[in-house]
Design a protein around this ligand. Structure first.
Ligand SMILES: [Zn+2]
Length: 318
């Protein structure tokens, strides 16, 4: 029996393209490596499932004019890490495929290290193999016993506890617990405005990801409005484009609110992407909550199986 494909949009969310081994930062945001990304794009291209941002938006807005149900896949990247330019962009361009890159304007061209990467960096470079933290709760970490990845994950988990209301204190105490005195110097980690211009010229699309990458639901309305309007204005000024799509930082369902969605609409965004899983089926799409699923290091055969099941079931990853 031949099942028809679901009429819907599968939107993939990537962060970094890099090798897991020998990376100094958070491997949790490494989506895949260059070879596997090339395999993924080539597979999706061959199947003729890939769509551009404009095609995805036309579908979401009910204006695609397609006569028969069609399965569509959109490739998106959050945060604008430098490897998006160095590795992902050439691969996409070589396949004639488009990626949508959501940039946080405050990070563009910088060597900033946000908390998840800093936690990983500190633990991976720790001189002390055993340490304990007491804020916001007690945690004993034994890198020798539990391994680096599990140790990074346990500190990351502690940071994300709702009781952690003072993130500067958390990082200060982590550095102190590790005996870290001098702040390390980091190479540039985010793509620059000039690189973003080259990406646009090479067929890529750019979206907004706020200015400072704070969780919008934790900000008051005026601050949320500023984050959305100022970043949009900055992109227009630097890149000469009117970016009208947004990805909510963190993207899970409590990271933005109904008010955030309304502000996004008022700030001139046509659509906004979340990141807590799900498939966008025709007839049940919220333009300010376009669902995305993460690519998180799965093998190529698993990736193909997941996309295939999504195509037929209208749900995601089996
Ligand atoms: Zn982000």
């Amino acid at each position: 029996m031949q099942l028809p494909p679901r009429d819907g949009l599968l939107s993939l969310c990537y962060h970094r393209i890099a090798d897991y081994e020998n990376d100094s930062y958070d491997s949790g945001v490494i989506s895949t490596n260059g070879d596997q990304f090339d395999d993924q794009v080539s597979f999706l291209k061959r199947k003729q499932w890939l769509v551009t941002l404009e095609e995805a938006l036309a579908f979401v807005e009910g204006k695609s004019g397609e006569k028969s149900p069609r399965f569509k896949v959109l490739i998106t990247f959050d945060d604008g890490y430098l490897d998006n330019y160095e590795i992902a962009f050439p691969i996409l361009r070589a396949h004639g495929a488009q990626g949508v890159f959501f940039l946080s304007t405050g990070l563009v061209g910088s060597n900033a290290v946000l908390w998840w990467d800093e936690i990983a960096y500190l633990v991976k470079h720790a001189k002390r193999r055993k340490f304990s933290l007491s804020y916001p709760e007690r945690l004993e970490v034994d890198i020798g016993k539990n391994g680096t990845n599990e140790s990074v994950a346990s500190v990351n988990f502690l940071y994300r506890r709702p009781e952690n209301t003072d993130s500067e204190r958390f990082m200060r105490e982590l550095r102190a617990a590790l005996g870290e005195t001098d702040p390390p110097s980091h190479p540039r980690r985010y793509l620059s405005w000039d690189e973003a211009r080259q990406m646009i010229a090479g067929g890529m699309a750019i979206g907004g990801h706020t200015h400072s990458h704070r969780m919008l639901s934790k900000l008051d309305l005026e601050e949320q409005r500023k984050e959305l309007t100022q970043s949009r204005a900055k992109i227009a000024e630097q890149l000469g484009i009117d970016t009208n799509v947004l990805a909510y930082p963190y993207g899970f369902n409590l990271a933005f609110s109904g008010q955030t969605q309304r502000i996004a609409n008022e700030a001139g965004y046509r659509a906004a992407f979340s990141y807590y899983g799900g498939f966008n089926r025709n007839g049940s799409i919220d333009r300010y909550d376009i669902k995305r699923v993460g690519v998180n290091g799965q093998s190529h055969s698993r990736f193909r199986a997941e996309v295939g099941v999504s195509r037929l079931s209208g749900k995601f990853w089996p």
